[in-house]
Design a protein around this ligand. Structure first.
Ligand SMILES: Nc1nc2c(ncn2[C@@H]2O[C@H](COP(=O)(O)OP(=O)(O)O)[C@@H](O)[C@H]2O)c(=O)[nH]1
Ligand SMILES: [Mg+2]
Length: 243
C-alpha cells in the first residue's frame, strides 16, 4: 500500500548548476498541493559536484522529503532510472527532467487525471493548445522519430518520447517489470516510448495533455549516442510483431 500521496522522481547527470534551483521549485509547488510527498533524485554516475550537493541538501533540515540514490556505473541513460522506481512510496508518481523544460503548473492537472481513472498522463507537445520553444533541428528530429514510432507501433500518439510523465504507482511498477533492463544500454530514451507501448498493451488508460515547454539550453542527448538505439528498436519491433 502506498505510504504517501505523491512521489517525484528526477534523473540527474552532471546537473550541479541547476539542481538546487530545481529542487526548491519542485518543493514549492508540491507543498502548495497540501499532499504528503517525497522527491527522489537518481544521480547516475555524475562526475561533477551533483552528489556532493545532494548529500548537503538531504542533511539540511530544509529538505526533509528529499532523498537520492547514486549509481557508480552511470551514465546509463534510462536504465538506472528504471531500477529506481521501486524505491518510491507514493500513490502517484511524477517523472520530470532536471532542467524543468515543462511548466510545473501542469502537475496539478496530471494528478487530477490520475485521480479520475487514468493510469498514466503524458504531454503532447504537438497539440494545438501547447506552447513550445524548441531548437528547430531537434524539433524536426523529434517529428521524424515520432512518425517512425507511429508507423512501427501504431501508438496513435503524436508525442511518444517526452521525459515528463505521471503514473499510478502500481502502473509504472508493472510496466517497468515488463520493460526490463537493457544491459547493452542502447535503448536510451526509447525507454520512454517503450513505457507507452507496454501501457497500451496492458490496456492502461493514458491521458494526453497540452503543455507549455521551453527546452533547456543544453542536452545530454547526442545524435552519435542516440543513433545506437535504432538496432534496439528494430529488435524490439521484431519481437513484438511475433507476439
Ligand atoms: N539517470 C540519468 N539521468 C540522465 C542521464 N543523462 C541525462 N540525464 C537526465 O535526464 C534528464 C533529461 O536530460 P536533458 O539533457 O535535459 O535531455 P533532453 O531534455 O532530452 O535534451 C535530465 O534530468 C538529466 O539530468 C543519465 O545517463 N542517467
Ligand atoms: Mg532537457
Amino acid at each position: 500500500m502506498p505510504k504517501i500521496e505523491l512521489s517525484v522522481i528526477i534523473p540527474g547527470y552532471n546537473e550541479e548548476k541547476i539542481i538546487v534551483n530545481t529542487i526548491n521549485s519542485v518543493e514549492k509547488i508540491i507543498r502548495s498541493f497540501k499532499k504528503s510527498f517525497e522527491i527522489l533524485i537518481v544521480d547516475d554516475g555524475s562526475n561533477d559536484t551533483t552528489s556532493k550537493i545532494l548529500q548537503r541538501l538531504v542533511k539540511s533540515k530544509k529538505h526533509p522529503n528529499l532523498r537520492f540514490v547514486s549509481y557508480k556505473d552511470g551514465p546509463s541513460r534510462r536504465e538506472n532510472l528504471a531500477k529506481s522506481f521501486k524505491l518510491l512510496n507514493g500513490r502517484y508518481v511524477i517523472l520530470l527532467d532536471m532542467d524543468l523544460s515543462m511548466d510545473l503548473k501542469h502537475l496539478s492537472k496530471m494528478i487530477f487525471w490520475l485521480e479520475h481513472g487514468y493510469g498514466m498522463v503524458i504531454p503532447n507537445r504537438y497539440h494545438k493548445k501547447s506552447n513550445i520553444k524548441r531548437d528547430p533541428g531537434r524539433y524536426i528530429i523529434s517529428k521524424m522519430y515520432n512518425a517512425f514510432i507511429r508507423m512501427l507501433f501504431r501508438t496513435g500518439f503524436k508525442d511518444n518520447i517526452c521525459g515528463f510523465k505521471a503514473f499510478k504507482r502500481e502502473v509504472i511498477l508493472q510496466i517497468i517489470r515488463e520493460a526490463g533492463i537493457d544491459e547493452s544500454r542502447r535503448r536510451s530514451v526509447f525507454w520512454d516510448t517503450e513505457i507507452i507501448i507496454h501501457a497500451l498493451r496492458k490496456g492502461i488508460r493514458i491521458k494526453e495533455i497540452p503543455i507549455h515547454w521551453k527546452e533547456g539550453k543544453s542536452s545530454a542527448l547526442t545524435f552519435k549516442k542516440e543513433i545506437k538505439m535504432i538496432p534496439y528498436i528494430i529488435k524490439f519491433w521484431m519481437k513484438s510483431s511475433k507476439t
